[in-house]
Write a protein that binds this ligand. Structure first.
Ligand SMILES: [Zn+2]
Length: 128
C-alpha cells in the first residue's frame, strides 16, 4: 500500500466520503433546478446508496449538464475503490507511489506528479 499508514488512509477515506456527499448534494440540486417536475420527487427522496444509483442513472442522461462535478465524483469513486483493494497511493500510470503531499491536496488523484504533468502537456499539445 505504497507506505501510507492505516490512520492516514482512514483520514483520506473520510475526506473522500465527505467530498462525495457534498458533490451529490450539489448534483441533486443542479438536477432539481434543471430537470422537469417528474424527477423532483425521486431526487428529493434519494437518501441511501440504492437511490443514489437511480440518481446516478439520471445523471448519465445529463452528462453535459454535470460536467466537471461528474468527473470529480467518478475520480472519488475510483479512489474509494483503490482504498478498498489496497492499491491506493500508487500511480495508475507508472505504478510508483504518489507523493504523500500530493495526496494531501488531491486525495482523489490517480497519478503521481510526473505523470500528471506529462498528461497535462499532452492535453495542451492536443488542444493546440
Ligand atoms: Zn506516475
Amino acid at each position: 500500500m505504497a507506505g501510507l499508514d492505516p490512520k492516514k488512509l482512514e483520514e483520506i477515506k473520510e475526506r473522500l466520503l465527505e467530498r462525495k456527499r457534498l458533490l451529490w448534494l450539489e448534483v441533486k440540486e443542479q438536477l432539481k433546478n434543471t430537470i422537469g417536475d417528474g424527477y423532483q420527487e425521486m431526487l428529493s427522496t434519494a437518501r441511501d446508496e440504492e437511490d443514489q444509483a437511480t440518481v446516478s442513472l439520471l445523471a448519465e442522461t445529463h452528462l453535459a449538464l454535470l460536467g466537471p462535478k461528474r468527473q470529480e465524483l467518478e475520480a472519488i469513486e475510483e479512489a474509494l475503490i483503490r482504498l478498498e483493494n489496497g492499491t491506493y497511493g500508487e500511480c495508475e500510470s507508472c505504478g510508483r507511489p504518489i507523493e504523500p503531499r500530493r495526496l494531501e491536496v488531491m486525495p482523489e488523484t490517480p497519478f503521481c506528479r510526473a505523470c500528471m504533468s506529462q498528461k497535462e502537456k499532452l492535453a495542451k499539445a492536443a488542444a493546440r
